[in-house]
Design a protein around this ligand. Structure first.
Ligand code: NDP
Length: 331
C-alpha cells in the first residue's frame, strides 16, 4: 500500500516492488512457518482497511509502506512449529507476496481435500455464504430469497444453497453475461441486470409480487432502498456487506428505513470471523455438494502479483465474474 486511500481506489494507491525474500529455513523452536503463496484472494473489505480510521475498526487498518495481507492458499516451505511440516498445504491470512513468514501458524487451516482445485480454498466467501445464510437468515423451504451481487464469490454460493434448501431465488447483477450465469450455471429462478432497470422498486415488485422473505444484502445504497418496501411482513435482511459504499467519503442515506417498522423486519449484520467454528462442517458439506455436482463454483483468476491491484479494483466496477483471486506461483 502506498498511502491511505480516500475516494475510489486506484492502481496508483498500490505498488508492486521487488524485495529480498525472507530466510527460507525456520530455526527449530521459532514456532513460525515460512510459506510459499500460491493464490491470494481479492476481497472488498480490503478497501475498508485502506482508509485511516479515527476509531478502531473490527480489523486493523493497513499501514502505508507495508505489504497488503489477505486470505491465501499456501505451501509450507519450512516450519519451526510442531503442527506443520514442509510440503503441507494450508490456507489462511498471508501477504500479497511470494514468500511470507507466518508467526502465528495456529491461525492457519489445513487443506483437507487437495483433490479439489486448490484455488477453491482461497478465502472465506463460501463460509460467509454458509454461515450468513443458514445461521443468520435461517431459511425455510419455500421462502422467497433475493440476493444482490449475486454472481460474486458470496452471492453465487448463497443462491445455490438457497436452491438446495428449496427456496425461490432471484439475483441482481451488473451485466447480461452475469444474468445468464445465474440462470444457467447456478440455477437461480430469476435474475436481472440492475444497470438496465429504470426503477428497481418496480423490478423487485415484478419479481416478488408476494414480497421478499430474505434479502441477502451485499451492496447497500439504492438497492437497499428499493428492497425495503418490497420486503414481506416479518422478512429478514441479512447484512453481509454494502460494497456500493466502500469507496464513498460519506455513506449514502437510506430513505426507506421506516419500512423496517411498517413491515416488522429484522435486519442483522454478521461477520464471518465469528463463524470459524462452523468451518469444518462447512468444508465437508461443500466438498460433498461440489463432488455431487449440486454446487458449481466460478472463479476469476488473474496471473501474477503485477495483475493484483487491477483485479482488486475490478471488484468495485464489476469486472470480476465469480470469485476474484490472484495466482502467484505454481505449486
Ligand atoms: P464479489 O465477488 O461479489 O465482487 C463484488 C461485486 O459487487 C462486483 O463484481 C459487482 O458485481 C458488485 N458491485 C461492485 N460495486 C457495486 C455497486 N456500486 N453497486 C452494486 N454492485 C456493485 O464480492 P464478494 O462476494 O467477495 O463480496 C460480496 C459482499 O459480501 C461485499 O459487500 C463484501 O464486503 C461482503 N462480505 C462480507 C463478509 C462478512 O463476513 N460479512 C465476508 C465476505 C464478503 P456486479 O457486476 O453484479 O455489479
Amino acid at each position: 500500500l502506498r498511502r491511505y486511500v480516500t475516494g475510489f481506489l486506484s492502481e496508483d494507491d498500490m505498488e508492486v516492488v521487488m524485495a529480498e525474500a525472507p530466510p527460507l529455513d525456520m530455526p527449530v523452536g521459532s514456532k513460525a512457518v515460512v510459506v510459499k503463496n500460491l493464490y491470494v484472494s481479492c476481497d472488498p473489505y480490503m478497501r475498508n482497511r485502506m482508509t485511516r480510521h479515527e476509531l478502531p475498526s473490527y480489523i486493523p487498518d493497513f499501514v502505508p509502506g507495508e505489504v497488503l495481507e489477505n486470505f491465501g492458499v499456501m505451501k509450507v516451505i519450512s516450519s519451526g512449529h510442531l503442527d506443520f511440516k514442509a510440503g503441507d498445504l494450508v490456507w489462511g491470512i498471508t501477504g500479497w507476496e511470494e514468500y511470507t513468514v507466518i508467526n502465528n501458524p495456529e491461525s492457519l487451516f489445513m487443506i483437507n481435500h487437495p483433490e479439489l482445485p486448490l484455488s477453491y480454498y482461497t478465502g472465506m466467501p463460501g463460509l460467509t455464504a454458509y454461515a450468513g445464510f443458514f445461521d443468520v437468515s435461517k431459511p425455510k423451504k419455500g421462502e422467497y430469497v433475493f440476493i444482490s451481487a449475486a454472481s460474486g464469490a458470496v452471492g453465487q454460493i448463497v443462491g445455490q444453497l438457497a436452491k438446495i434448501k428449496g427456496c425461490y431465488v432471484v439475483g441482481s447483477v451488473g451485466s447480461d453475461e452475469k444474468v445468464n450465469l445465474l440462470k444457467t450455471k447456478f440455477g437461480f429462478d430469476d435474475a436481472f441486470n440492475y444497470k438496465k432497470e429504470l426503477d428497481l422498486k418496480t423490478t423487485l415488485r415484478r419479481c416478488f409480487p408476494k414480497g421478499i422473505d430474505i434479502y441477502f444484502e451485499n451492496v447497500g445504497g439504492t438497492m437497499l432502498d428499493a428492497v425495503l418496501p418490497n420486503m414481506g411482513l416479518g422478512g429478514r435482511i441479512t447484512a453481509c456487506g454494502m460494497i456500493s459504499q466502500y469507496n464513498l467519503e460519506r455513506s449514502e442515506g437510506v430513505r426507506n428505513l421506516y419500512y423496517i417498522v411498517i413491515k416488522r423486519l429484522r435486519m442483522e449484520g454478521f461477520h464471518v470471523f465469528n463463524y470459524y467454528d462452523r468451518y469444518y462442517q462447512f468444508e465437508e458439506e461443500m466438498t460433498r455438494y461440489l463432488k455431487e455436482g449440486k454446487v458449481a463454483y466460478v472463479e476469476d483468476i488473474v496471473d501474477g502479483l503485477d495483475a493484483a491491484p487491477a483485479a482488486l479494483i475490478g471488484l468495485f466496477t464489476g469486472r470480476n465474474v465469480g470469485k476474484q483471486l490472484v495466482a502467484i506461483t505454481q505449486e
